[in-house]
Design a protein around this ligand. Structure first.
Ligand SMILES: NC(=O)c1ccc[n+]([C@@H]2O[C@H](COP(=O)([O-])OP(=O)(O)OC[C@H]3O[C@@H](n4cnc5c(N)ncnc54)[C@H](O)[C@@H]3O)[C@@H](O)[C@H]2O)c1
Length: 254
């Protein structure tokens, strides 16, 4: 088992990529703190892990709220005595509200920055000290192709996903000497509820054109991203830090 005796905190684990990662990490021996602001979805992930013989707790947390994030790490350490892996996966994408800067309401801008960027910051702020106390570990952040190439009409989202790449690099330099590796995954067009909702609601999105112009010609699966996260979380990636790892079917090179 690749994560035997490890404790992992996975945010946004009530759905999509986060849920799949929680199931895969558990299968590989990790005890998992399943984090989501949606109790029903988070508890469902925990039930699935337990049905499969794994160990997990659900900690309902809005990652944009400092006091809730602080409590999340207290609860996790009380339960499992350590934190080795922090997978910052929770994020929101709001097509049709998140537009070009001249068309975004200030509340939308604040909401997207608070969940995607401040949420990552807060989980690192309260999680990294616990990882250091646990004699080192791994932070995995989540960007998007929207943080790497020019993607129109979602400027709050792109701002957060670009910033997460910069943050990953500075944290890798800062916390490397403390035995904390920090890496970032760049998923794109992964078949999850977020993608389904956004391609339905986003009037700019043309699925046929997308398939014909991307090298892989299809959407990715949550497993394809979670397997990258598993690699980065495991000791197999012991020399990887500050890295930006695309799981995008080639989209960012077109
Ligand atoms: N699906 C894609 O195509 C794609 C592409 C690029 C990047 N991403 C990124 O991958 C990550 C996961 O995306 P997904 O497609 O699995 O999304 P998803 O919508 O299926 O799951 C996201 C989860 O995050 C939770 N969440 C939302 N706000 C939260 C908050 N404030 N606090 C805690 N939990 C919260 C939701 O309840 C949900 O369970 C996101 O950061 C997203 O930006 C996804």
């Amino acid at each position: 088992m690749r994560l035997k005796d490890k404790v992992a905190v996975i945010t946004g684990a009530g759905s999509g990529i986060g849920r799949t990662a929680a199931l895969i990490f558990s299968r590989e021996g990790a005890r998992v703190a399943v984090v989501d602001n949606n109790a029903k979805k988070g508890e469902d992930t925990v039930s699935r892990i337990i049905e499969n013989g794994g160990e997990a707790i659900f900690v309902q947390t809005d990652v944009s709220r400092s006091e809730e994030v602080e409590k999340l790490f207290k609860i996790t350490v009380e339960k499992y005595s350590a934190v080795h892996i922090l997978y910052n996966n929770a994020g929101i994408f709001l097509p049709n509200q998140d537009r070009m800067v001249t068309g975004i309401a200030e509340e939308t801008w604040d909401l997207v920055l608070n969940v995607n960027l401040k949420g990552t910051f807060l989980c690192c702020k309260y999680g990294i000290p616990e990882i250091i106390k646990s004699e080192g570990g791994v932070v995995i952040n989540t960007s998007s192709s929207a943080g790497v190439i020019g993607v129109p009409n979602c400027d709050a989202y792109t701002a957060t996903k670009g910033a997460i790449i910069s943050l990953t690099r500075s944290m890798a330099v800062e916390y490397g000497p403390k035995k904390v590796r920090v890496n970032c995954i760049v998923p794109t067009a992964i078949d999850t509820p977020m993608l389904n909702q956004s391609s339905k609601e986003n009037l700019d999105f043309d699925e046929k054109k997308f398939f014909s112009t991307t090298p892989s010609g299809r959407y990715g699966t949550p497993e394809e991203v979670a397997n990258m996260a598993l690699f980065l979380a495991s000791d197999e990636a012991s020399y990887c830090t500050g890295g930006i790892f695309v799981v995008d079917g080639g989209i960012t090179i077109t």
